[in-house]
Design a protein around this ligand. Structure first.
Ligand code: PLP
Length: 405
């Protein structure tokens, strides 16, 4: 069958593929350190599981919900957003709405579908989440990439964003805390970003905040619209239960934005998936968000411990110049280009895939090649596996980085 030109431009999700490879090698009896995972290896908090159990008893949990989600849940999510970001409630009267989708990936598709015309440019800050460029291309847009590097802890410079603006730029996606860098942009950065936004009154921001509850190094994440509330009028906030509640498979995400864009997203959603998963919406409606903090304390402690172990091992092995302080989400980007192992490679080309292949074949470690995040010769590792195997994996990586031939 002749496939559409639209789908020919879309790549497979590399993170999904790597996870599958790790499972397959483990099934074959190989010892595999899976550092490619994009999810917490635990179940959601029991208070949430109980709510799911309870909602199983009701007919409505099995039936279609309104296409934008249950109104009571949408209201609750807006309220939670206002209080967690310490925003004035009056701002949200009338003009604001929320749409619930089947995961925030779905939310982001809807948002880009509602905004992008063919030829529109969307600024992505590299390293960026692998799906952004594919989604932008799917809707006929053109990704414009602004890069950053390990010396700046993978935080892009606002001046570089300024230089990337053209008359076709319509949207910028900001993802703080960032997947894959494992950092959130500072308050000073957000202030500067707010200033940049004021210089471009037609620019729309998609603020992907799916990791905002997982920061383990103070100060906590803050946002440009807290500096200037007016900017909320052209911001689409995206959040989900996937990372916060360790519930990637339950598929629930949402967006909060002005009603016109939420209505447009709802029309797309209504004609594609009808609406979001009813059972999960009802469970989330019943769930008290106050339980989140207690649930996430051990999670954050664990990530912090692994991040510190990584720093220690890099320092001991004279790889300190390739290290930066990760602060949030649960990832770290290894920059190979300044390590002894890289002497084997030509510096001006990208070898991320080859390096990731060597790591899995020779050391039994799966990582995600950095070229898919827009930064060549790097890899993303996940900080969530248990401490002992994590340390073993890091020692193997360190040995690999310091091996010249
Ligand atoms: N945004 C970012 C930055 C992510 O890392 C992910 C998943 O890894 C998502 C959005 C989508 O998450 P979900 O569709 O599970 O809500």
């Amino acid at each position: 069958m002749l496939l559409s030109s639209r789908v020919k431009g879309i790549h497979d999700s590399i993170t999904m593929k790597l996870n599958e490879k790790a499972i397959q090698l483990t099934d074959e009896g190989k010892v595999i350190y899976n550092l490619s995972g994009g999810q917490l290896p635990i179940k959601p908090t029991h208070e949430f599981i109980e709510k799911i159990h309870h909602q199983l008893n009701f007919l409505k949990s099995y039936q279609y919900s309104p296409s934008a989600g249950f109104p009571a849940l949408r209201k609750k999510l807006i309220k939670h957003f206002i209080s967690s970001r310490r925003l004035p409630a009056e701002l949200f009267e009338n003009e604001w709405d929320c749409i619930v989708s089947n995961g925030s990936k779905h939310t982001l598709y809807n948002a880009l579908g509602a905004l992008i015309d063919p030829g529109d440019e969307v600024i992505l800050l590299a390293p960026y989440w692998v799906s952004y460029p594919e989604m932008v291309k799917f809707w006929g847009g053109t990704p414009t990439v602004v890069k950053s590097n390990v010396f700046d802890a993978f935080v892009p410079a606002i001046d570089d964003i300024r230089k990337a603006m053209t008359p076709r730029t319509k949207v910028i996606i900001v993802n703080s805390p960032n997947n894959p860098a494992g950092v959130h942009y500072s308050e000073a950065w957000m202030r500067e970003f707010a200033e940049f936004m004021r210089e471009h009154p037609d620019l729309i921001v998609i603020s992907d905040e799916v990791y905002s509850d997982i920061s383990y190094f103070d100060p906590k994440p803050s946002y440009f619209y807290q500096v200037d509330n007016e900017l909320l009028k052209r911001t689409i906030i995206v959040h989900a239960i996937s990372k916060t509640l360790a519930a990637t498979g339950l598929r629930l995400g949402w967006a909060i934005a002005g009603s016109n864009v939420i209505n447009a997203m709802s029309r797309i959603q209504g004609q594609t998936t009808s609406g979001p998963n009813s059972l999960m919406q009802r469970a989330l409606l019943d769930f008290d968000f106050q339980f989140l903090e207690g649930f996430l304390v051990p999670v954050k402690n664990h990530i912090r411990t692994n991040a510190a172990a990584l720093r220690e091992k890099f320092r001991e092995a004279n790889l300190g110049h390739c290290w930066y302080q990760s602060t949030s989400a649960f990832y770290f980007m290894i920059d190979f280009s300044r390590t002894p192992m890289f002497k084997r490679f030509e510096a001006d080309q990208d070898h991320s895939y080859l390096i990731a292949d060597e790591l899995v074949n020779n050391e039994g470690i799966t990582v995600v090649p950095g070229s898919d995040f827009g930064i060549p010769n790097t890899a993303r590792i996940s900080l969530v596996i248990e401490e002992v195997p994590f340390l073993e994996a890091i020692m193997k990586i360190v040995r690999y980085l310091n091996t010249v031939s």
